[in-house]
Design a protein around this ligand. Structure first.
Ligand code: ATP
Ligand code: MG
Length: 281
């Protein structure tokens, strides 16, 4: 399971994800994408580009939605495309985890959030005492008092709930975190806090992060590299600063034009504003 520092921790090759019949056009078609331990990678792209599908496929979750997945996903050298569900379930929540756009989706509405956190830790081998200790420490690390563990999801704000989700990933010592638009439901100040926490998590555990967003300004400030998806394909994959300074494709230029904090005024049009509905994948 160990990887040398420069070896890819996650490697996608010839990854194709199709819905419908075997000859329908793939919605994700990634020839090659690699992520090293501790790398922070942005996955950018317009609505419908395949970002969520790519992320959920790495977690083994598109199978449940009837997707056909071919090609290779290697995580720390282990092939996931052909892995049995039991194995994927074990990896999810320990080695890899999802921070969804809507954090409420990660918690049961009928349980205090602490029960979800403790159950996840217990499932991954912690004793009751160890789980409690880790949960409390992780919550304090994200700036929440441990009493918040006794609250139900609806008793926490979106930002607080997202912090609990990050605390859980930290307590589980997740090696790969897939964050799918984790801040788009939050205001700008809370958004910055959540991004800072993800950066801390990465520093603490050398967690690799795939940060999915259509917001290139946000990604530029966070990521080592940005891969731009267009119609399921990676059309640019370069160091973030480099990609922002000299975009090579029209798609990247459009994304830049829609990112007001990078200076260019947002182009009015059908893609503008709140076109980012939660993908129901
Ligand atoms: N369960 C599904 N069944 C059929 N098609 C799907 C399913 N989930 C996603 N798709 C299709 O796959 C394509 C990619 O969708 P995806 O949700 O990955 O895009 P996205 O880049 O995350 O978009 P957004 O920025 O709007 O969240 C879309 O054309 C979508 O309609
Ligand atoms: Mg999406």
């Amino acid at each position: 399971m160990t990887t040398a520092d420069d070896a890819p921790f996650l490697q996608l090759r010839d990854l194709r994800v199709r819905y419908g019949t075997a000859d329908s056009a793939p919605v994700v078609h990634i020839d090659q994408l690699t992520v090293k331990c501790g790398e922070f990678i942005g996955i950018a792209g317009e609505s419908g580009a395949g970002k969520t599908t790519a992320g959920l496929t790495v977690l083994g979750l598109t199978r449940h939605a009837g997707a056909r997945v071919t090609g290779s996903i290697r995580l720390a050298g282990e092939e996931l495309v052909s892995a049995p569900e039991r194995r994927l379930r074990r990896l999810r929540g320990s080695t890899m985890a999802l921070i969804p756009q809507n954090p409420a989706a990660a918690f049961s509405p009928v349980l205090p959030v602490g029960a979800t956190v403790l159950r996840a830790l217990r499932l991954h081998g912690c004793t009751r005492a160890e789980a409690r200790r880790r949960a409390t420490t992780a919550l304090e690390r994200v700036g929440l008092p441990a009493e918040h563990l006794t609250r139900y999801p609806h008793q926490l704000s979106g930002g607080q709930l997202q912090r609990v989700a990050i605390a859980l990933a930290s307590a589980l010592r997740t090696r790969l975190l897939i964050a799918d638009e984790p801040t788009s439901a939050l205001d700008v100040t809370v958004q910055a806090e959540i991004c800072a926490l993800l950066a801390e998590l990465r520093a603490a555990h050398a967690t690799a992060v795939l940060f999915i967003s259509h917001d290139l300004a946000l990604l530029a400030g966070l990521c080592d590299r940005i891969a731009v998806l267009h119609q399921g394909r990676v059309i640019e994959d370069r160091p973030a600063a480099n990609l922002i300074a000299a975009p090579r494709t029209d798609c990247t230029r459009r994304l830049l034009a829609a990112a007001p904090r990078l200076g260019a005024p947002a182009a009015p049009g059908p893609g503008e504003g709140s076109g980012e509905e939660a993908a129901g994948a």
